[in-house]
Design a protein around this ligand. Structure first.
Ligand SMILES: [Mn+2]
Length: 317
């Protein structure tokens, strides 16, 4: 599959790389890292990355201005996106050939070529694997490409703490740090937070609710967010704040937006993606997102999560 994707890249003059909406470091890192690899191997090709510029990720890379006519006869590669509705920039179907590169469980098979590896920690790790195959045929990785892929791996593994971190992840990261970029600068940019957000995190920790089943949760209303002067999407940066609560099996953030209550589900035990899929969402077994349209609906979801955790076996001593 990797060689088939490289063949497609070689065949096309214009390559446009997409990622998912509401990006994270892996979405942008894999997108930008892949661009660096292709551009270095094929300097005469036009390689564009598309999507909204998010001020939160200025330290990673700026997106390109992509016109409709750029898609003509192009190869479109979508990184880190399990299903078509989550692809940012709906023009992805305007290209000549469509390729999917992703590590999420397959919920929507799309693309003329689809490379899905759920054992990979991140799409950035997969892009590095693609590079290593292409490297035998002369491809090079720039320092900037290495920085972007490293950021993606660090982001999706929670700094190599999550169970998706494998021997291969460490091997890839070990090779990436041989390139010339500043890891301290990168970490600082990834994990620094404005004071308003730190105070919001303090509120969330102080008001965590815990059920006997091992479910921890917080409900953040629109009014509360306004009081702290933060947006709903900003609270994603500390969704793992409950992971270190003793006895926690799964946790959930309910964050009220304009039209919807955003649901962020995380787990250390029972798979939560099936539950998420029944509430207009989906994702990984241990990390999913969903949507609720009333506080009553959040209570129903919470009840189901409670049941999941009650049925989940205790760790054997
Ligand atoms: Mn990812």
């Amino acid at each position: 599959m990797i060689t088939a994707i490289i063949e497609q890249i070689k065949k096309h003059q214009t390559i446009i790389i997409h990622r998912h909406v509401r990006p994270d470091p892996d979405a942008i890192g894999s997108q930008g890292g892949l661009r660096e690899i292709i551009q270095a191997a094929c300097p005469d090709k036009r390689v564009l990355i598309t999507g909204e510029n998010d001020s939160e990720f200025q330290y990673l890379i700026q997106m390109d201005e992509v016109r409709d006519e750029d898609f003509e006869d192009s190869l479109v590669i979508v990184c880190d996106t399990a299903n078509q509705p989550r692809i940012e920039d709906e023009r992805f179907h305007l290209g000549n050939t469509l390729v999917k590169i992703d590590h999420h469980p397959e919920v929507d098979t799309y693309g003329d070529l689809s490379w899905v590896d759920t054992d990979a920690s991140s799409t950035s790790e997969m892009v590095f694997e693609l590079f290593e195959v292409w490297e035998k045929d002369g491809a090079v990785l720039t320092d900037e490409g290495a920085r972007l892929l490293y950021a993606g791996i660090v982001g999706d593994t929670g700094r190599f703490r999550h169970p998706n971190t494998t021997e291969k992840t460490f091997a890839s990261a070990g090779k990436l740090i041989r390139y010339n970029f500043s890891r301290p600068d990168l970490y600082e940019a990834m994990y620094e937070k404005p004071i308003d957000l730190v105070r919001t995190e303090g509120y969330v920790l102080s008001n965590a609710e815990m059920l006997p089943s091992g479910v921890a949760y917080i409900k953040l209303t629109k009014e509360k967010l306004e009081e702290f002067g933060v947006t709903a999407s900003m609270t994603a940066s500390f969704v793992n704040a409950f992971s270190s609560i003793q006895g926690v099996k799964a946790w959930v953030f309910f964050v009220e937006e304009e039209e919807v209550i955003r649901v962020r589900l995380r787990s250390k035990g029972p798979a939560v993606n099936e539950l998420a899929s029944r509430y207009d969402g989906g994702g990984h077994p241990m990390a999913s997102g969903a949507s609720a349209y009333s506080w009553e609906e959040t209570d129903a979801l919470l009840g189901e999560l409670d049941q999941l955790c009650r049925n989940y076996p205790e760790k054997q001593a």
